[in-house]
Ligand binder design. Structure first.
Ligand SMILES: [Zn+2]
Length: 360
């Protein structure tokens, strides 16, 4: 069976598949090379870029270029709002997956340097990609792409004996409509996977400027159990990797199309309406974070792998919808980033939602 295609308004967010630890930050870590390699094997969402994206197809991809051990772009920027920071695993980890010391104590300047180098530019790229899809197609679906170990790691504070599903779908009360969540659950179930919703991981990531404001932005998290495609002890793919990856992609693509058909009317008719207040309190651990935005270091690269510029990315979208009159995405992106540095103090909130026991 040949691959389908992602609808052109899909943005794949891939935060955890890099194993790169740049040489200039290596001395922050307290682990020797063997220990660091072992920690990278445990904590990396190995091969998720290849699992979710077919690189000969055009889809907008925002991928973190460095390991989550360097900076975790999935966390809130501000530890004050990041529940995992209480375990030493905010945006800049201080402990390992076993809750042992990971890195020496950093100065505020060192932490800020990491954030400037790897966190803010990543979220700027996500903002650009989502804004481009909205501008062109009037909607965007962010698929947050992860994988998880078959046995819970100590930092998760979960029971290691608990059986884990093949696929976990994460949702957000505002950005994940029931139709969207159901489409993803149903697509994977129809393909024979064991699927759970928001268990053992919960939430979905949305660019901060759109968080709980813009219903044109849909979001869903897809977590794949690593036992399905990986030799977990060394991070090497299993021989069936290509077949599993094709199935994962096709489920995501099919669900994305279904989402378009099921909810387009509602999206366009309720693009900026606020959620009922109760939705903010349904999960008491949820709340947005705020961060200071830097205008430095931002570029127009959306896809670290293909080095695609925003304008090129626009051109690579499938022509499934009419192009807008204003096609100057470079100007649009510059405007977006300029606005963010002048007017908004919270434009790059990392909007991963959090439940009481956030574990990913
Ligand atoms: Zn992950």
């Amino acid at each position: 069976m040949s691959d389908l295609f992602y609808p052109p308004w899909v943005v794949l967010h891939i935060p955890h598949d890099s194993v790169d630890v740049p040489a200039d930050v290596r001395n922050q870590f307290l682990l020797d090379d063997r220990q660091l390699a072992k920690e990278l094997t445990r904590m990396t969402d190995h091969k998720t870029l290849a699992l979710f994206a077919h690189l000969d197809q055009s889809v907008a991809i925002v991928r973190a270029p460095v390991s989550r051990l360097v900076v975790d772009v999935e966390r809130f920027e501000n530890d004050q709002y990041e529940p995992m920071s209480a375990r030493g695993m905010g945006a800049v980890y201080s402990v390992t997956s076993s809750l042992k010391p990971l890195r020496r104590k950093l100065s505020a300047a060192e932490r800020d340097s990491l954030m400037q180098a790897y966190y803010y530019p990543h979220h700027a790229k996500l903002e650009v990609a989502v804004s481009a899809a909205i501008k062109i197609y009037g909607r965007c679906l962010v698929i947050d792409c992860h994988s998880f170990p078959s046995v819970a790691l100590p930092y998760e504070l979960a029971d290691a004996d608990d059986s884990r599903p093949d696929i976990c779908i994460g949702s957000d009360d505002f950005h994940t409509s029931p139709e969207l969540a159901n489409a993803f659950v149903a697509a994977f179930q129809a393909d024979g996977w064991q699927v759970s919703l928001n268990e053992p991981f919960a939430g979905a990531l949305v660019p901060s400027s759109r968080y709980r404001k813009d219903r044109r932005v849909g979001a869903v998290m897809v977590e794949v159990n690593r036992r399905l495609y990986l030799r977990e002890y060394d991070g090497e793919p299993l021989s069936n990797f290509a077949a599993v990856a094709q199935r994962v992609r096709q489920c995501c693509m099919a669900a994305s199309v279904s989402y378009r058909d099921a909810s387009s009317q509602r999206i366009f008719s309720a693009s900026t309406s606020a959620p009922p207040p109760s939705s903010f309190f349904h999960h008491p651990g949820r709340r947005p974070g705020f961060m200071k935005v830097s205008s430095s270091g931002h570029d127009m690269i959306l896809n670290e792998t293909t080095q695609t510029s925003a304008s090129e990315s626009y051109n690579s979208f499938k022509p499934a919808a009419p192009k807008p009159k204003d096609q100057n995405l470079t100007s649009q992106a510059a405007c977006l980033l300029g606005l963010s540095s002048v007017r908004c103090s919270n434009i790059f909130i990392s909007a991963k939602t959090h439940f009481d026991a956030q574990k990913w």
